[in-house]
Design a protein around this ligand. Structure first.
Ligand SMILES: C=C(O[C@H]1C=CC=C(C(=O)O)[C@@H]1O)C(=O)O
Ligand SMILES: [Mg+2]
Length: 463
């Protein structure tokens, strides 16, 4: 891959066509432009007229947003080698690619966005039939907003038989569509039905899990449940994402499309971030609601900090992440005790893990080693995933799986897709889980998941 200054587009496309003819294969060209700040929700909406395959990502700090429209290349893989296979597809894709970029900002140029299902061995596909076990898309157009600046990346796949003028005309037309200011819907349809899936059976499974933990079958397992909602009309994702961005502090806001359906969420849980070989992972587990007053909020925070059950739930995550990070990096820093991580509806225990990634490892390698952490799966890792596969009545699909992005300079960030919903036309499935340890009480865990459903419920026509 090559990073050079942007010459005229005619020249860029002309050169790519010549190269495609000489090498008798398509050529990938990426062009980055800087522009006035663009409303990402407007861009997302306008993009629909070009391609419904759209992706959205906003960092937890809220100062970095990406919107992907269409696909220059979509890479998919399944089975137990899905991480390695995707890494290979990505490397092959990058080999012949040329980037024209004057700015060198992270998250511009050749970027892939996508995610992985929780468990590639899961045989039940309902309601996730539209989502593959993993999918990374290099969008045709990518808007990157960083602070007050916006960048537009256009990714072209140039074929030997392409005509320079036509490519450029088409590009101009599509850009015009992307920047057209059309008003987008600001409301979400009305909820007409809401069904909790087997809540009593779920509590029994939690009870069973505590007994299995006491018997030493495993140490911790995260059990999830589902809420199915029906609306009076098709749900558009722009107002949902906008409302999540406005209401969910300290959370990654995301949407990924597959076959016309959208997986959307506001997750606080980072899996791994890599920037210039600096690696950050996060242990987030252990939960209590926010208080109505400042005093109550503080009291609840302290209760969480000193609660042995929640500390144990959290500590399992710290130990596993530390070990996994140590195996592929150096200068690993882990604080001795967690701090509180406040969200709108609840607070968590939080421990950051910082390190420098060893040469030869990639972000995808790190994700493969970490997923699933005991905040989503349990401990031991393999046993808990099998336990979930056997005992959970729902199919998690991409819920609790890694979602995020990476660029061609080994920068990127993946979060774990919790506090999320699968939107299918005028219906949606919402998911929430909780860490079950020896001392878990099924009713209390049920109530914890109810609070975890709130972020999505509140923007899907609810309270
Ligand atoms: C599995 C979920 O939350 C995890 C993340 C933070 C706290 C958790 C807990 O305290 O149980 C869970 O491990 C979810 O929200 O669906
Ligand atoms: Mg918990």
């Amino acid at each position: 891959m090559l990073h050079t200054k942007v010459p005229h587009i005619e020249e860029i496309i002309g050169d790519a066509i010549k190269k495609a003819q000489q090498q008798e294969k398509p050529q990938m060209v990426s062009v980055v432009e800087r522009m006035d700040q663009m409303d990402p929700f407007q861009f997302l909406y306008a993009g629909q007229s070009i391609d419904r395959h759209r992706h959205f990502w906003r960092s937890a700090e809220g100062n970095f947003t990406m919107v992907g429209i269409g696909s220059a290349r979509t890479m998919r893989s399944s089975g137990s080698y899905r991480f390695t296979e995707l890494q290979q597809s990505w490397n092959t894709f990058l080999e012949g690619a040329v980037t024209y970029d004057e700015y060198g900002e992270k998250g511009t140029g050749i970027v892939a966005l996508g995610g992985f299902s929780f468990d590639p061995e899961q045989k039940n596909h309902h309601p996730w039939e539209s989502f593959p076990a993993s999918q990374l898309t290099i969008p045709a157009y990518l808007l990157t907003n960083k602070g007050s600046l916006s960048y537009l990346t256009s990714n072209f796949i140039i074929f030997p038989e392409d005509h320079q003028k036509q490519i450029i005309r088409n590009w101009g037309d599509q850009k015009e569509q992307l920047f057209m200011e059309k008003p987008y819907s600001s409301s979400v349809p009305v909820r007409v039905d809401e069904k909790e899936i087997e809540p009593e059976q779920w509590k029994q499974t939690v009870q069973q899990a505590t007994e299995d933990i006491k018997r030493g079958v495993l140490e911790k397992v995260v059990l999830a449940r589902e809420l199915r909602i029906t609306f009076d009309n098709t749900v558009e994702i722009e107002p949902v994402l906008k409302a999540l961005s406005e209401t969910q502090q300290n959370s990654y806001i995301f949407a990924f499309e597959s076959e016309g359906e959208y997986f959307v969420g506001a997750t606080p849980e980072r899996l791994a971030k890599l920037e210039n070989q600096q690696l950050i992972s996060t242990c987030l587990a252990g939960t209590i609601p926010r208080g109505d007053t400042e005093e109550e909020d503080k009291r609840l925070g302290m209760e969480l900090m000193y609660d042995p059950k929640n500390r144990q739930e959290h500590q399992f995550v710290v130990e596993m992440i530390k070990e996994a990070v140590e195996a592929c990096s150096h200068h690993v820093e882990v604080p001795d005790a967690p701090v509180l991580y406040p969200l709108r509806n609840l607070q968590h225990l939080y421990t950051p893990v910082k390190a420098v990634l060893d040469e030869g490892f990639t972000l995808i390698d790190v994700i493969e080693r970490l997923h699933p952490t005991p905040a989503l799966g349990g401990l031991p890792q393999k046993k808990s995933v099998e336990y979930i596969r056997y005992h959970e009545t729902l199919n998690r699909g991409w819920y609790a799986g890694p979602v995020g992005w990476l660029d061609d300079r080994n920068n990127g960030e993946f979060a774990v897709a919790i506090r999320s919903a699968l939107i299918q036309g005028d219906e949606a499935s919402l998911f929430a889980g909780c860490g079950v340890v020896e001392d878990s009480d099924p009713q209390a865990e049920y109530e914890e998941t109810a609070v975890k459903l709130k972020p999505m419920l509140s923007v899907l026509g609810g309270y």
